[in-house]
Write a protein that binds this ligand. Structure first.
Ligand code: UD1
Length: 390
């Protein structure tokens, strides 16, 4: 038996679903800018495959086309994750990556990490340590498990470091790097598409923007809000009530759209001042968020983006894995509590609401810090390998 070869192949960077793209784009740029890092191979698992959810985002974010697309598509969690693993394994075999880089908490993050871990290929997890402490959320399972098997854990807020310490992850694997999603936001902020253009494109008259209260933006896709008829009905009722104070623009995730039709809830929206749009590009979304009076969401990323943009955010969840957005940012958890949401809306319309401040290291340079740290870690590992085999 020959000795196990030290992997010296590329950095294999994995994306699967929409929120991964904003995190991976600045990382790819930072990795490619360094001579002391191996080359990069971008793998798309194909978890998200809609053109609207993919191609536009790739070009907006200046993400190169994936080198490899595994085309796994939709399925149950078991089927999707298993398919990701089956198709990612030969990629690792072929490329012997120096490191597999995963971001966030989607099924692709966990599936590819599991494959790499079993092959003793180093894993770097960017956006590690976030915890909602709610195992009803599929993403929470993905976070906890990915962090247990990752070799390098890059955190975006200090709470992440504490969570990892509590779970017994040695501190030397953890590095507080800041928020790569905010790297993307700051890079593209100036290029955001004005809301009037986005609405015109969606067939919505310019009059919509003339309301004295301004407008709110909605995003909703969590299974806990959109998969059960009762929950989705309650969520829509809340939106309808808010729209009596401030008109709402809602780019609808395919999962939410399908369920609105399936549960025959479309009539609820007919009378409300809520405009539905197709999923938007990154620059359109940025333009909408930046100009909004308030945002209603159940997305993780949008909680962070609104904090960075200093726009009040009402999060339609009972918990958040991103506590800093509540403690320091503009975020308030409202769940589907209409009375609470309306109190917050009135406060926002009266006084502007929470202004917040910018969390530590949400400064546009997180990816560069990660690239520098990773280069140092790989060099040390290489040196150790050479010594131990001399
Ligand atoms: C996934 C992530 C979630 C992330 C979200 C962002 C997991 C467990 N969840 O949820 O963390 O916030 O992406 O969008 O990984 N569909 C399409 N077109 C697509 C993709 C999906 O129509 O390109 C529809 C399909 O009907 C599919 C459903 O949306 O069954 C759900 O897609 P899936 O990838 O399973 O999860 P998301 O809800 O998108």
């Amino acid at each position: 038996m020959g000795e196990m070869l030290q992997p010296c192949g590329p950095l294999v960077c994995v994306v699967g679903a929409r929120p991964n793209y904003m995190k991976m784009a600045p990382l790819l740029r930072a990795f490619r800018a360094r001579q002391d890092l191996p080359g990069v191979v971008l793998v798309h698992t194909g978890q998200h495959y809609d053109v609207q959810m993919n191609e536009r985002l790739f070009s907006d974010l200046e993400l190169p086309s994936p080198d490899i697309n595994l085309e796994v598509g939709s399925g149950t969690h078991a089927v999707q994750t298993a398919e990701i693993m089956r198709r990612f394994e030969p990629v690792v075999d072929d490329l012997s990556p120096s490191c597999v880089v995963v971001v966030g908490d989607v099924n692709s993050t966990l599936g590819c990490s599991l494959v790499a871990a079993k092959k003793r290929t180093p894993i770097a997890h960017v956006e590690a340590g976030l915890r909602s402490f709610d195992r009803e959320m599929p993403e929470e399972i993905n976070r906890v498990l990915t962090d247990q098997i990752a070799d390098l854990l890059y955190t975006s807020e200090r709470a992440g470091d504490d969570n990892l310490a509590r779970e017994g992850i040695p501190a030397e694997r953890v590095y507080f790097a800041g928020n790569v999603m905010i790297d993307s936001l700051l890079r593209h902020r100036q290029k955001a598409v004005p809301p009037a253009e986005t609405l015109a494109h969606g067939g919505i008259g310019a009059g919509f923007l003339d309301h004295p209260a301004g407008f709110g933006v909605v995003t909703l896709h969590r299974p806990s809000n959109v998969d059960e008829p009762d929950a989705l009905t309650e969520a829509l009722r809340l939106l309808c009530e808010v729209s009596e104070r401030v008109p709402l623009i809602w780019p609808v995730h395919p999962r939410a759209r399908a369920n609105i039709e399936r549960f025959a809830l479309r009539p609820m929206l007919a009378e409300a001042r809520i405009e539905l749009l197709a999923p938007q590009g990154y620059l359109e979304m940025l333009g909408l968020l930046a100009s909004a009076k308030l945002v209603l969401t159940d997305s993780g990323g949008v909680q962070e983006e609104t904090t960075s943009l200093a726009v009040p955010c009402l999060t339609m969840r009972e918990n958040t894995e991103r506590p800093i957005t509540v403690e320091q940012g503009t975020n308030t958890l409202v769940g589907r509590d209409r009375a609470l949401a309306m109190r917050c809306v009135d406060e926002i319309l009266r006084s502007g609401g929470k202004r917040g401040r910018l969390p530590e290291l949400w400064d546009g340079h997180a990816a560069e810090r990660i690239a520098a740290h990773l280069a140092g870690w790989l060099a040390q590992r290489q040196a150790h390998h050479v010594v131990s085999h001399a």
